[in-house]
Design a protein around this ligand. Structure first.
Ligand code: NAD
Length: 361
C-alpha cells in the first residue's frame, strides 16, 4: 500500500524519537512491500520561532490531507513564559480540534521483565493490560463560558464542563468496539454522584451497553478509579472517560509501565487521519544527548499502522519486536540501561527481522 505520513517532530527530544520511529516504519515498508512517503512540518515551539504561531493553517491542511500524522512532543523552557499569548500547546489543541480526533487511546501494558522499573509491588502488576480511552475534544477543557473577571469586586474564574449526548455516545461506542478484540469489559469512569454531565455520561453508557450484550459494562467513580489503578490495576480492561478525568488517569496509569518513555498513544476521529504520539513531553533535560527512549514513539507508529493504515499484521510485528527487544535486555537510560536512542531502535530492528510475521506474505 501507499501512504502519506506527515511528521511533526516538534521540540526537545521530539525530533530524536520521531526519526527512530521512521527507521522502523521504513523497515516495515521494505519487509512488507509498502510505500510510505514522509513529509516533515514544523509544529510547536519551533513553529512559534519560525512563524509566530504553533500551528499554521498550511500545516493543518497538510495534516488533514495525509493518511496519518506522527507527532513527537512540543514545548520547553524557551516558550514557558506564563504570560506569553502564543504557546506550543496551542498547536496540540488546534491539531486535535482541526483533525476532529475525539478519542485518545492509551494502551498500558507491563512487560514482565520491567516489573522492577515500576514503583508498584510486582504482585500488583501481573497481567496488567489496560486500554484507556479519553474523550479529547469536549468537556472541561473546551466548554463555554470560560475565563476570568471581577464579580462584585472579587476576582472570579470559570470553566464549564459540558457534554452533548452525541459526544459521549461516539467515544463510548468506540470503547465497546475496541473491547471486542480484548477481554470484553468496559469501565466507564465518571463522577455521577456529583456532576450532571456525569449522569448524562452514565445514561448514554448504559444505552450503548444495551447494544453490546457480549460486553460487560461497569461504572466507577473517578476517585475510586484513581485508587483501583494503583491497588488492583489488573482488574481493568477498557476504561472510557471524559477529557479531564482521562488526562489525569492516563498519567497515573503510565506509572504502572515503569517509564513514560515506553508508552504510545493514538487520537482518532470518525474519518480522516489519526494523530499518533508518545505520551511523554519534550524532555528538555535530556534533549540532544542520545538518552531518549524511542519505544513510546515506535509503539505509536505501530498504532498508526493498525488504526490509520489498517495493517494489523505489521503493527503486531512491531509490537512483538519491541517486546522481544525488552526481553533480550535492551534498556535505555530511563530503564536503568546504557543503550542510546539509536541503539535501542537497532535492538528493535534486529528483532523485527526475526519476527515470523515480518516475513512478506
Ligand atoms: P516530560 O514528559 O517531557 O519529562 C518528564 C521526565 O521524563 C523527564 O525527566 C524526562 O527526561 C523523562 N522522559 C520523558 N520522555 C522520555 C523518554 N522518551 N526517554 C527517557 N526519558 C524521558 O515532561 P515535563 O518535563 O513535565 O515537560 C517538558 C516539556 O514538555 C514542557 O514544556 C511540557 O509543556 C511539554 N510537554 C509536552 C507534551 C506533548 O507534547 N504532548 C506532553 C507533556 C509535556
Amino acid at each position: 500500500m501507499k501512504a502519506n505520513i506527515v511528521l511533526l517532530p516538534g521540540d526537545g527530544i521530539g525530533p530524536e524519537v520521531v526519526a527512530e520511529a521512521v527507521r522502523v516504519l521504513e523497515a516495515v515498508a521494505t519487509a512488507y512491500g509498502h510505500q510510505f512517503a514522509f513529509s516533515e512540518r514544523l509544529m510547536g515551539g519551533c513553529a512559534i520561532d519560525r512563524f509566530g504561531t504553533a500551528l499554521t493553517d498550511e500545516v493543518l491542511v497538510d495534516c488533514r490531507a495525509s493518511d496519518a500524522v506522527l507527532l513527537g512532543a512540543v514545548g520547553g523552557p524557551k516558550w514557558d513564559d506564563p504570560t506569553a499569548t502564543v504557546r506550543p500547546e496551542q498547536g496540540l489543541l488546534g491539531l486535535r480540534k482541526g483533525l476532529g480526533v475525539y478519542a485518545n487511546l492509551r494502551p498500558v501494558r507491563v512487560h514482565p521483565d520491567l516489573v522492577d522499573a515500576s514503583p508498584l509491588k510486582a504482585d500488583r502488576l501481573a497481567g496488567v493490560d489496560i486500554l484507556v480511552i479519553r474523550e479529547l475534544t469536549g468537556g472541561l477543557y473546551f466548554g463555554q463560558p470560560k475565563g476570568r473577571g471581577r464579580v462584585n469586586g472579587r476576582e472570579r474564574a470559570v470553566d464549564t464542563l459540558e457534554y452533548y449526548e452525541h459526544e459521549v455516545r461516539r467515544v463510548v461506542e468506540l470503547a465497546f468496539r475496541l473491547a471486542q478484540d480484548r477481554r470484553r469489559k468496559v469501565t466507564s469512569v465518571d463522577k455521577a454522584n456529583v456532576l450532571e454531565s456525569s449522569r448524562l455520561w452514565r445514561q448514554v453508557a448504559n444505552a450503548v451497553a444495551a447494544e453490546h450484550s457480549n460486553t460487560a459494562l461497569e461504572h466507577m467513580l473517578v476517585d475510586t478509579a484513581a485508587m483501583r489503578l494503583i491497588s488492583s490495576p489488573a482488574g481493568f480492561d477498557v476504561i472510557v472517560t471524559e477529557n479531564m478525568f482521562g488526562d489525569i488517569l492516563t498519567d497515573e496509569a503510565s506509572v504502572l509501565a515503569g517509564s513514560m518513555g515506553l508508552l504510545p498513544s493514538a487520537s482518532l476521529g470518525d474519518s480522516g487521519p489519526g494523530l499518533y504520539e508518545p505520551i511523554h513531553g519534550s524532555a528538555p533535560d535530556i534533549a540532544g544527548r542520545g538518552l531518549a527512549n524511542p519505544l513510546g514513539t515506535i509503539l505509536s507508529a505501530a498504532m498508526l499502522l493498525r488504526y490509520s493504515l489498517n495493517l494489523p499484521r505489521e503493527a503486531a510485528a512491531v509490537e512483538a519486536a519491541v517486546d522481544a527487544a525488552l526481553s533480550a535486555g535492551a534498556r535505555s537510560a530511563d530503564l536503568g540501561g546504557r543503550l542510546t536512542t539509536g541503539e535501542t531502535t537497532a535492538a528493535v530492528l534486529a528483532q523485527l527481522q526475526q519476527q515470523p510475521a515480518a516475513l512478506p506474505a
